[in-house]
Design a protein around this ligand. Sequence first.
Ligand SMILES: C[S@@+](CC[C@H](N)C(=O)[O-])C[C@H]1O[C@@H](n2cnc3c(N)ncnc32)[C@H](O)[C@@H]1O
Length: 223
Amino acid sequence: MTTLQEPTATQQRFDLEAEKWDNLPGMKEMAEKAFLAIKSTIHLTKSQNCLEFGCGTGLVSFQVEPYVNSILGVDFSENMANVYNRKAKEKKVEEQLQAIPLEITNADQLDGKKFHLIFSHLTYHHVEDFHHMTKILYEYLEKDGYLVVTDFEKFDGSELFHPKAKHSTVEHHGILKTELESALKEANFKEVQVNTPFSVIKGVEGSQTPMEFPFLCGVGRKC
Ligand SMILES: C[S@@+](CC[C@H](N)C(=O)[O-])C[C@H]1O[C@@H](n2cnc3c(N)ncnc32)[C@H](O)[C@@H]1O
């Protein structure tokens, strides 16, 4: 397996945020809504082995865990992966859930492992070329496996999702529905659907009025 090199600015940001991540405003709410979107899109079963791309501290993984066989979390922040593994141990689910610090850059980094389901929440907007990433994730799926991506939608004003101080660690201020759809189709996914199943109301910098941010849920099947 490939290990991490010198941390980038984005990795350093997430390394610094890892311990407080679960208590940052809105994180648990967004993860719960993402989980419900995944659960209503995919028939989860106890025979599925899953990968969470950009797993963070596992806010989504820990909700999916009771419904599937196993989840491997990958995250390029070593501290995020450490918090994930510590929580798995505390909850006594370390047999089912494990995170590794890894930046996915190609389809040959996981010792040949393939998955029935890959999910990813709030990570695509950190990936410069998420079209290419979608093609890589396709390769990590078993035949008939599914990829589910949830992330906030791009619109005029969606750059307010993050305060300006974090903009240098963000590649996209949201994802366009058409872009997620084309990324899935270009990667050869079938039965592609992109919906807007939920939104969150979030405080934003420079305004007393919270804003609504719709979230996309994109799904495709590897046939
Ligand atoms: C906004 S956080 C979301 C974490 C988690 N999914 C959640 O909802 O709490 C994005 C995560 O993706 C990770 N990440 C971003 N780009 C990545 C990449 N190319 N490879 C692996 N992890 C990445 C970051 O380290 C961070 O933990």
